[in-house]
Design a protein around this ligand. Sequence first.
Ligand SMILES: *Cc1c(COP(=O)(O)O)cnc(C)c1O
Length: 223
Amino acid sequence: MNIEKYDEIRASLPAGVRLIAVSKFKPAEDIALLYQHGHRAFGENHAQEMKAKHEQLPKDIEWHFIGHLQTNKIKYIAPYVALIHSIDSFSLLKEVNKYAVKNERTIPCLLQFHIADEESKFGFTLEECEGMLQSPEFQQLKNIAIHGVMGMATFTDDQEQVRREFHHLHQIFEELQSRYFLQNPDFKELSMGMTEDYPIAISEGSTLIRIGSAIFGPRNYSL
Ligand SMILES: *Cc1c(COP(=O)(O)O)cnc(C)c1O
């Protein structure tokens, strides 16, 4: 846990950019420490882990779901999740809407785009996404609110490639905004940038950066 690094990142953020502290694989105690330091927005990528932490920790924490979400896990996060960054299919969005109805709330969501040149990253293509946004079925989803887009750049040392990918995501954001969300002030978030690439993401227009290891240290995936 590196509070100085946290303070340094916070101090460097331009107005309009928020920091999501990615606490996946880290114990609730680490989250509690950063909470005591004044931080409220945390990101997790496993639904059950988020649920367990939500139960243990103060209720004014804003929980951001940032990982691939399986439909049978939505129930663990639907009652309280602040923002799902990782909507990567129409079928997932429809299921999230169902659980939002059950919980009598609206769930804010971001549409995840595949911008990296890696196979493993989930996300829409622009074509798939527009197909969804134009469908009457989409119009009927009353309990989700689309707040913007999210993406992950390729894991590479090539800074220019990372910049191009973030730039591309920003273009997608603007295209969708102008075609489908002009009347919708909620559509304003561009979630991009992690420990290794957040300065580039910010210079390409990010509004939400998701930082884990710079703050909490390296993760031990065997836990
Ligand atoms: C783990 C993760 C992060 C944070 O990664 P760091 O490199 O540790 O900052 C951000 N976004 C997503 C989607 C993640 O899964």
